[in-house]
Design a protein around this ligand. Structure first.
Ligand code: SAH
Ligand code: SF4
Length: 345
């Protein structure tokens, strides 16, 4: 049986038309599952009995099992979901004044293996399906009885290493008959898979693109991110320039401040020279320490000085407040902890 949450509106239309139904039936089904959150085909009363029987015989609407939930002092909530094959994935819900933003996981483990990231501690086991990403929103909205208004695709995994499924997921999140989350309220973050940045540019959507840069040059970046040996910083920045040219959208550069590694004034100067002229802003991130690694977050004075130096040199930059560190909110941390204890808490 296929999981109905795997279908985009287009693929469901095609499927239903192929089975002798009408294209508008797909919109009706989407309204039931995403607007009314209905999981029982028998209750979709405006569908013909024949269509309901067909859906029941062809599709299921399985849900993820909520394995654990943690709430931080700032109301950041972390959910650990169990997949059908027992793998655990996490999603994090952040409370903002503009709404609720869900950080979605795209893979079990991550092959990029950045040297500071808990998610990279385990090699990729497999990609998540479209349904497994969709069900993270469905699951959180069901637990909280509230609407998720923003999506950040920044949980465990490299979204552009699971490109087609992530694009299917974005289609459903954005679809007016689906979750109806505006494209500008969706952000996808990549470690810098150049061919996929080019493919993403071709889609010409309003979805936000964030690039995990974390360094001003190849020497520092290759130490932090092995992917830099495949797509060095200049090739990456060229693809970002092409993306901005094609889409007219501003990109975000993610930059984790690591004490003594990439947080000195010389790094700020090198960074500003490197990215000058690109329509972008730099999001300076405080590092959430990971037990297994020796990296430490920058001292507050260094973080402030780095931020000020970028501003002084005409680079747009923000220094975020830390979120949810008391609940292991950094990507992959809760999951790693649970796994190390043999899937118990
Ligand atoms: N794989 C994608 C998206 C998931 S990671 C990527 O790398 O962009 C999302 C963001 O969290 C990335 O910018 C990543 O560098 C950052 N991150 C990972 N571990 C972190 C930690 N311990 N503290 C703070 N940010 C972290
Ligand atoms: Fe993977 Fe992103 Fe973590 Fe790097 S930072 S290991 S790409 S999840």
């Amino acid at each position: 049986m296929k999981n109905l949450y795997n279908e985009t509106l287009k693929s469901l239309e095609k499927h239903l038309v192929g089975a002798g139904f009408k294209a508008f039936n797909a919109r009706q089904v989407f309204n039931w599952i995403y607007r009314h959150k209905e999981t029982d085909f028998d209750k979709m009363l405006n569908l013909s009995i024949k269509l309901r029987a067909y859906l029941k015989g062809t599709f299921c609407l399985e849900q993820l099992e909520l394995f654990h939930k943690q709430v931080a002092s700032d109301q950041t909530k972390k959910y650990l979901f169990k997949l059908a094959d027992d793998h655990l994935i996490e999603a994090v819900l952040m409370q903002h004044d503009y709404g609720k933003s869900l950080c979605v996981t795209t893979q079990v483990g991550c092959n990029i293996g950045c040297s500071f990231c808990a998610s990279g501690l385990e090699k990729k086991v497999r990609n998540l399906t479209v349904a497994e990403m969709v069900m993270q929103i469905v699951g959180v909205e069901a637990v909280e009885a509230e609407r998720v208004s923003h999506i950040v695709i920044m949980g465990t995994g490299e979204p552009f290493d699971n490109y087609d499924n992530v694009m299917g997921f974005i289609d459903i999140a954005n679809c007016p008959h689906g979750f109806e989350i505006g494209a500008r309220h969706i952000t996808v973050s990549t470690s810098g898979i150049v061919p996929k940045i080019d493919a993403f540019a071709e889609r010409k959507t309003q979805v936000n693109l964030a690039i995990s840069l974390h360094a001003p040059n190849d020497q520092v970046r290759s130490k932090l991110m092995k992917i830099n040996d495949v797509y060095p910083i200049d090739a990456l920045l060229d693809s970002v320039r092409r993306y901005v040219d094609k889409t007219n959208r501003r990109v975000t550069f993610e930059y984790i401040l690591l004490s003594g590694v990439n947080d000195q004034i010389s790094h700020a100067n090198a960074l500003s020279d490197k990215i000058r002229g690109i329509n972008a802003y730099v999001n300076l991130i405080r590092y959430n320490p990971v037990l297994e690694f020796h990296y430490r977050p920058s001292k507050e004075d260094d973080a402030q000085a780095f931020h000020q130096q970028l501003l002084k040199r005409g680079i747009n930059a923000t220094l975020r407040k830390e979120r949810g560190s008391d609940i292991d909110a950094a990507c992959g941390q809760l999951r790693t902890k649970v796994k190390n204890k043999g899937n118990t808490l």
